[in-house]
Design a protein around this ligand. Structure first.
Ligand code: SAH
Ligand code: SF4
Ligand code: F3S
Length: 466
């Protein structure tokens, strides 16, 4: 039988939350005659955008440009923009990009069926329909398929939105106020993910520690973690992102005692200087951040702590920037994402135009910052040499060498270190114990020590395997 399903292509930019939204969009569209395809075959194109920095926004526009050109030869295709740039720019986008057919925001995903129907129904006068659908508040979610990307990891959003309003950040404007999903909905989704064979679940939220504050009975993030940890199956749980001072003792305790929750925390610090932190409207100072890191490190063995930093926030002096560098070294942060400050529309920092740092200085600071991050990562990796890690295999690669080709397995340890090892038998999705032999800057190399392992912390081996 001929496949009459229409083809949709979604280009996803930005964070994991966007990746997860794309999987939901594909699922919704699958109920209405669409299936995912590559760009060549698609008749419906969506760019799911990110607005965190000007550069991410520009990426969205250049994608639209490519599709706009394509539409000259294929006038029947429909082009849509979704995500954070859509939420931020709204109908301006229809004016700016004449070939654009649909703009829909982060709160409009569940309206996709109606929007498409509307787009596909010819206008009475035969004119081309162009739609902009932006809500300023989320509507309750509906139950649809989810078409997840293949692999070992599945994204599972637990809360969305942010109430923090850091002065540089666009997210509270593009994602709205914090909303948590019900415990039962999350547990059911997790069970489904496990039954589909995924080996890792990453819980997503702009601030996972705010989980449950808006729900009846106020279930905490620690409670949710402990419920997920008790689900049957051989799988791992990760979560991101944690706001430094919102991490509770209960969460630390839960991670410490859990079987499936991996020992890593992503805790963006943003700056190592107290004045800058205040100007950023971050609700902690360097000492408080240090206390949290130390608390986690003392409680949880071999935990990985990663962070985010911004270089060249408006008014940041050279000395203040140096405090960021010293913080990374002093705290022994294992890895950090970095970015040069990028002014965002309608944010308080974006209005501090007289305090902006010239872009050549920002670039210089970013380069220095990246070198410090690189050194910190190497140092952290060196501390892993000699340890035995349980690695969940994500990929198998053939590598050419002088003596023929080698089969290399690549995966991650519980504490989120990328590990490569030679193996003739390892398969994607296997949990394999690996002894670490060599530390590179961004990854570790090791040798397989046995082919089977239980994911759940094996009590007898707990002292040697992390
Ligand atoms: N919710 C997380 C961060 C989400 S945004 C938290 O509270 O930390 C991801 C990262 O992008 C931030 O941690 C920050 O380092 C960076 N970022 C956000 N806005 C930025 C801007 N205007 N310029 C440069 N980097 C920015
Ligand atoms: Fe942005 Fe701050 Fe919210 Fe993180 S906590 S999403 S940086 S406003
Ligand atoms: Fe970007 Fe929106 Fe995520 S701005 S980082 S896609 S929440």
């Amino acid at each position: 039988m001929e496949n009459t399903r229409k083809k949709v292509y979604i280009e996803t930019l930005g964070c994991q939350m966007n990746k997860s939204d794309t999987e939901r969009m594909l699922g919704i569209l699958s109920h209405f005659g669409y299936e995912p395809s590559d760009e060549d075959e698609a008749v419906f194109f969506i760019v799911n955008t990110c607005s965190i920095r000007k550069l991410s926004e520009d990426k969205a526009y250049s994608k639209l440009g490519v599709w706009g050109k394509m539409k000259k030869n294929k006038p029947h295709i429909k082009i849509a923009i979704a995500g954070c740039v859509a939420q931020q720019e709204k109908e301006n986008l229809l004016k700016k990009f004449p070939y654009l057919d649909l703009v829909f925001g982060t709160h409009n995903i569940y309206e996709l069926p109606e929007l498409i129907k509307e787009l596909e129904t010819p206008a009475p006068d035969g004119s081309r329909k162009r739609i902009c659908a932006i809500r300023d508040k989320a509507v309750p979610e509906k139950e649809f398929n989810i078409i997840r990307s293949k692999g070992i990891n599945a994204w599972l959003p637990i809360m969305e939105g942010c109430n923090n309003f850091c002065t540089y950040c666009i997210v509270p404007y593009t994602r709205g106020r914090e909303r948590s999903r019900e415990v039962e909905i999350i547990l059911n989704e997790a069970k489904k993910i496990i039954s589909e064979g995924y080996k890792e679940i990453t819980l997503l939220g702009q601030n996972v520690d705010s989980y449950g504050k808006d729900l009846e009975g106020k279930p905490t993030f620690a409670y949710l973690l402990s419920k997920l940890d008790k689900l049957e199956g051989n799988f791992r749980i990760r979560f991101t992102t944690s706001y430094p001072t919102d991490i509770t003792d209960d969460v630390i305790e839960t991670v410490k005692n859990a079987d499936k929750i991996c020992e890593c925390f992503h805790i963006p610090m943003q700056s190592g200087n107290d004045r800058v932190l205040k100007a950023m409207n971050r609700r902690y100072n360097r000492t408080q951040y240090t206390e949290i890191v130390n608390k986690i490190r003392t409680q949880i063995k071999d935990v990985t702590i990663t962070s985010d930093f911004i270089a060249g926030f408006p008014s940041e002096t050279e000395e203040e920037f140096n405090d960021t560098l010293s913080a990374i070294e002093e705290l022994g942060l294992d890895y950090s994402n970095t970015a040069a400050y990028s002014p965002r529309p309608n944010t308080p920092a974006g209005r501090m135009t007289d305090k902006f740092i010239p872009s050549d200085i920002k670039k210089k600071r970013l380069a220095i910052l990246n070198n410090i991050v690189k050194a910190a990562s190497k140092k952290s990796n060196e501390a892993s040499v000699g340890k035995i890690y349980e690695v969940l295999v994500e990929k198998i690669k053939e590598q050419d060498s002088k003596n023929g080709s080698k089969r290399i397995a690549e995966g991650r340890s519980r504490n989120n270190k990328v590990v490569h090892f030679e193996s003739n038998t390892a398969q994607t999705g296997d949990f394999i114990n690996v002894e670490i032999k060599e530390a590179l800057v961004w990854c570790l190399k090791g040798t397989e020590i046995r082919t089977e392992s239980s994911n759940n912390k094996d009590k007898a081996l707990q002292d040697s395997i992390v």
